[in-house]
Design a protein around this ligand. Sequence first.
Ligand code: SF4
Length: 486
Amino acid sequence: MTGNIVGLSFPRNDKNLGLEPSILSVLPRGDNVVYSPRNDNLDDSKIERYLCSVYIAGMDEFRQWAAQHDPKKVVVGGYHPTMFPEKFLNLAEKVVMGPCDDINVTLSQSNVLYEMGHYDKSKVGNARFAEGRILRTLEPNPGMNRTYGEISDAPEKPTGRAEVLKDRILPGVLTFKNPARMDLYNIRNNQQVIPDKMPYDLATSVNTSFGCYYKCDFCCTPVMFKRLTSKPLDLIRQEVDNVKRALDEADNGHKQRFLFIRDENFTLQKDYRKRLEIIASTNAKVYLFASANTLTEEVVKALKANNVYMVCLGLEDPTKFDDYPKNKHLYDAVSILKRYGIYTYLSFIVDPTKLVGKGDGDMTGAEKGKEFYELLSKHFNALQPEMVCGNFLMPFPGTRIWDDYYWMVSEDDFKHYDSKTPFLVKNELVATKMKYFMFKAQQDYFMSELYNNKVRHFEVGDTLHLRFVELEEQMNSALKLMDLRP
Ligand code: SF4
């Protein structure tokens, strides 16, 4: 590996499942820049700077890596440094909070003051994990001033009650002048579990906006991005050209192409159609996140005309899914998608703490669990999505549900923030059962007559089918535990 500016992502890029790491959007131009997919331990004397993106589940891995490197050469950013910048002060010279696509401008900011360990309880509720705040004292860059991971336009004065750091913790700056460094990454490393994609088909992604203006109580997007910010179309054109080049280079002519639009809620953007038209030039089958309330017939028609083959929607908690404004008209939205032949990917959230223990009234926790999965399966059968995907609840610091869960979450749990581990339940036997029930609800649906006769064939050897074959092998051993208490 040559180059003296090195990008790294924690946890490391997963070759079996994952797309382009977001650090590519932060790496500057120049031949002296490389991306290290395995987070190599390099010789510090040859490196000018390490640029590290750290997600909540990658903190342990980052700590181990950082212990072997000169902190003066390390810059960190991403969700975890945004929420807990103070935890990185011994591991990195600079900590970047919030989104950033211009590392040179971000690092050139001066007179940025950060007040340690200060928080306003009236704003953040139970702030067990909330730390200090950025105070800009000179020419604040409007919209770039961050407080508790949020943006405020007005600079604030130090309270005088806590230590103030200068130019160590910086708000990330977006200038939209730098296309993501796709040239530093091999898209053959990407893999996605989605219907119709064969293991050898290509998958890639683009990102056209940051944030979302809804504030769903469980979602960390509004914590990272207060506003919906769209990239300019010119930048998207450049990025799509780069993605197209990467696809052409990796394609031997026999592969299907799949492209994920990584935006949190793509169809919230007024000019979503223009963005889609640019992306359609890749000839890839496109899939994207949207909220059901945005999916009118006109929108779905535009999606269909521009190669969108699947839309990812969140059912979330089946007992109260329509409490979320984004989910208004979920049933109508799915039926329009069906009419236009676009697949629905429906994700749901299981809160394991609601399905165990004594339960309410006359019901035991086990009965509540049964009721929950019966209701979920009713929705599957009525909506008939092509893909369903379960996630265990991960309460994120800074979200509205955090106050209800903070006491169940220790820092050690952060490494399990992968949505597939029910870490809120500490009993391993119960946690294994929880995993099994979630797997079984999905497998039963995929193997049902209804799915195979009315939705699509499941056993077609695509990555979705193969994933479930793999999971079944893992889950078979869990079956032996089913009759054991607890
Ligand atoms: S609509 Fe989606 S991205 Fe927006 S806050 Fe809700 S869950 Fe998050």
